[in-house]
Design a binder for this molecule. Sequence first.
Ligand SMILES: [Zn+2]
Length: 531
Amino acid sequence: MPRERLYLFDTTLRDGAHTNGVDFTLADKVAIAELLDDLGIDYVEAGYPGANPIDTSFFSEPRKLRAKLTAFGMTRRPGRSASNDPGLVALLEAQASAICFVAKSWDYHVRVALETTEEENLASIRDSVRAAKAKGREVLLDCEHFFDGYKAKPVYALACAQAAYEEGARWVVLCDTNGGALPHEVERIVAEVCKKIPGDHVGIHAHNDTEQAVANSFAAVRAGARQIQGTLNGLGERCGNANLTSIIPTLKLKAEYAEKFDIGVTDEKLHGLTRVSHALDEILNRAPDRHAPYVGESAFATKAGIHASAIVKEPATYEHVAPELVGNRRKLLVSDQSGRSNVLAELERIGLTVDKDDRRVARLLDEVKEREAIGYAYEAADASFELLARRMLGQVPHYFDVEKFDVNVEQRLNAKGERVSVSQAVVKLRVGDEDLISVAEGNGPVNALDVALRKDLGKYQKFITGLELTDYRVRILNGGTQAVTRVLIESADETGEHWTTIGVSSNIIDASFQALMDSIVYKLVKSGAPA
Ligand SMILES: [Zn+2]
């Protein structure tokens, strides 16, 4: 049976830009559009020209994309003609191959928010679609609050969708704008719509307010819709939009969809999905969600010893898909609950060949258990585990010594009379025969120490230039005055690799120092720095 084409529409740069704490620059938008294009997304909705300077300039020049670059905007305002509405005119001028209009489809909103008549709203939809078609654009209509509108007055919600379709819109997109619809409702209503408008002209735009945006998208596809709108990593206002990072692998890897549909994402591009997801986090300066389906660091992680020994024998025993297919990896967590099979599998993954009866394996496991008893957590710190293992095998060169360091925090009044804190660190290092002293300021003591440590590593400096700290997490264990501080530092380098290191101490600076040192030494080992 020939497979049907299912289209993916990404709105990370438009709806995703409404995420709390997200502020795209023009350069971010260009970079993300290229990521999406390379992944094989069919439509990249990049913003709302005329609504803000960044979106206006994004659309002011042609962008070389294979995907259909889409500009978003409103249908003409009630009581105006299409040519006399500045917003619509700006939208028609945008350098985009498609235009996605948003229009009301809930009679209640037409009355209360738009303060116009149902007939005028329909006329506005028709006029706007016609004007964009006349400009040679492919047209989409987002029917806002469609599901609530349909429940309140099905005839009118459908009339809005049909008006656009009859006027020549390529897609009519049914939006669950407040994210309150449930999968069985979506499936029923989309099926009703597909009796009037062919499913290969119907799209779904779901929000995640009941954590069912992905399920709602699939419910719509089951009922006939052939376009899914969503965002990378589920970015979006409130609880986010349908997460394309979860939808894409499900479409590619689950037989029910894979046998029925083709999408623009190839198997090869699917292997890059984890990287794309992390690249977006990188641009947003956010730590990746460890528990994200398919692409999260924990998505294929197994901790308990009994599961781990089965996974080593036959991965399919515990995995619903193979992690490599989405560019992720299997992870057997080494922890105090783990047995020899976790440790051996982890050593093998790192590329360290050790006989399974080698006594050093048992010593390593004992060491992990002892350290975890005092607060270390190696399952969260793969790079520190690797260093522990390599040290046990005598594979970590002695690169340098930190002879001493001094960190201070000073709070004072600045010239404007404002209270400011300044941190300064002095680090004395011995690298070979050289004594090196570095001084640095930072926005906090750990930052100052980090900058000073990495300022001058002598002959090793060239190996760590691409090293970057991407996340810093602190946790206080077992409370009270005897509390122990656990610091996890996530680092990345120019190759895009991420790793996590750990430090534990009753003193937060000492714990941070350990984690920083592990990160630097790990980078030196990984870069093949000579002893
Ligand atoms: Zn939306």
